[in-house]
Design a protein around this ligand. Structure first.
Ligand code: SF4
Length: 391
């Protein structure tokens, strides 16, 4: 397919995002079912009216109260006075040749984030962001080079799903084109716990997107106490960005490992699945040439995962400008997979999708007004190393 729009220059992106309307009204995208019910009670309306409005928003993609024809005029007037339905502002969108679709969405404060839809046989997966940028500094991650700005609101998280669902003509329970959501875009979702959990509840609510629990996946880099909190407060599929089979290497690639080493992380995963019989944890492992892709790494990995109900998702590294890592070659990837499979651990190799629009997970960019100055540090470091191509 062809590129739909040309990406505007960064300065005009910022101007566009900052020009987004600000409002004192409650954005209904910020409220889950209980929040919308409470709002309706506060204006003297019955719960079922709240449910009608949710269906208009999430099943019919209507954002104007005046178009909600089964609501009386008086109620519509009350809602106009206190609430609005304001989705993220689409700054830019385009298709890749393999059907992958990417949006650049403007967020309050002049930031922009990316959201990617990946169609596959019988399923359509949306990769959703939880923060503007990320502060965790994983060494192989494109988002990390941009630094961190802020957490996304519930409206900004569920809004990504709503924009995609509207684009696809998705109708929950009838015409389901969006079948899975992965919280795997920009940011560490467990560092934005409340907003992420609320948005994930809307994804699973029958009056929202109506997805089954197992079709909403939260991917974490390993915040152990928050995995336990998630286990107690929500019921979604868990994925863990592992990327290394021993603490020495993982601490180098995922600095958070210093605080929560592999043994503690796997113990938290075990607790998570023990509360949910017949579920497993997906471990993501990005294969980087000569770094973590050798047979001994595969054997170490098997020892870690053998006793845990788990699946291993092997991801060929997707190079981005300025990175020091390279993608493992096909033979090495297949040899790695074979060692794991032969040991009885389920392992798949993720096909790289959306290459022509930089849509792979870990490659989501957007525009981050960096509060941590990480991007400048990254550029300085590259310059010291003699790097020429900087993101
Ligand atoms: S891999 Fe995830 S947690 Fe690590 S820096 Fe990138 S976005 Fe953050």
């Amino acid at each position: 397919m062809e590129v739909a729009l040309e990406q505007p220059a960064p300065r005009s992106l910022r101007a566009l995002a900052e020009a987004a309307p600000k409002s004192e009204k409650v954005n209904l995208f910020d409220l889950d079912r209980s929040g919308i019910e409470a709002l309706f009670e506060s204006i003297g309306e019955k719960r079922f009216r709240a449910h009608q409005v949710m269906k208009w928003i999430y099943h019919r993609h209507v954002t104007e109260f005046v178009e909600m024809t089964d609501l009386g005029k008086v109620l519509r007037g009350k809602l106009e006075a206190v609430a609005e339905i304001r989705p993220p502002n689409i700054l830019f969108e385009k298709d890749a040749s393999d059907g992958v679709h990417k949006w650049l969405l403007g967020m309050d404060g002049g930031n922009a984030i990316e959201t990617v839809f990946i169609p596959d046989k019988g399923r359509g997966t949306l990769c959703v962001s939880s923060q503007v940028g990320c502060g965790l500094n994983c060494q192989f991650c494109s988002t990390a080079t941009q630094g961190f700005n802020r957490n996304l609101s519930t409206a900004e998280i569920i809004g990504q799903v709503w924009v995609a669902a509207r684009h696809l003509g998705n109708v929950p329970h009838h015409q389901r084109k969006l079948t899975n959501v992965v919280m795997m875009g920009m940011g560490e979702p467990l560092l934005n716990f409340d907003n992420v959990v609320k948005a994930m509840s809307l994804m699973r609510d029958d009056l929202g997107l109506g997805l089954a629990n197992k079709r909403v996946t939260l991917s974490t880099s390993g915040l152990v106490p928050m995995i336990d909190r998630l286990s107690a407060e929500s019921d979604v599929a868990l994925a863990v960005s592992l990327h290394a089979p021993n603490d020495e290497l993982r601490t180098e690639l995922v600095p958070l490992n210093k605080k929560y080493p592999i043994a503690e992380l796997l113990a938290a995963c075990q607790r998570y699945v023990s509360r949910r019989p017949r579920t497993s944890v997906t471990f993501e492992y990005t294969l980087m040439k000569g770094v973590n892709d050798q047979p001994e790494h595969a054997r170490q990995l098997v020892k870690l995962l053998r006793k845990l109900p788990s699946k291993l998702n092997l991801i060929p590294f997707n190079p981005f400008p300025g990175t020091r890592f390279e993608r493992s070659d096909e033979t090495t990837i297949r040899a790695f997979q074979k060692i794991v499979l032969d040991s009885g651990v389920l392992a798949t190799v993720r096909r790289t999708r959306g290459d022509d629009i930089d849509a792979a997970c870990g490659q989501l960019k957007g525009q981050v007004l960096d509060r941590t100055r990480r991007q400048q540090m990254f550029r300085d470091k590259l310059q010291q190393l003699g790097g020429e191509r900087v993101a």
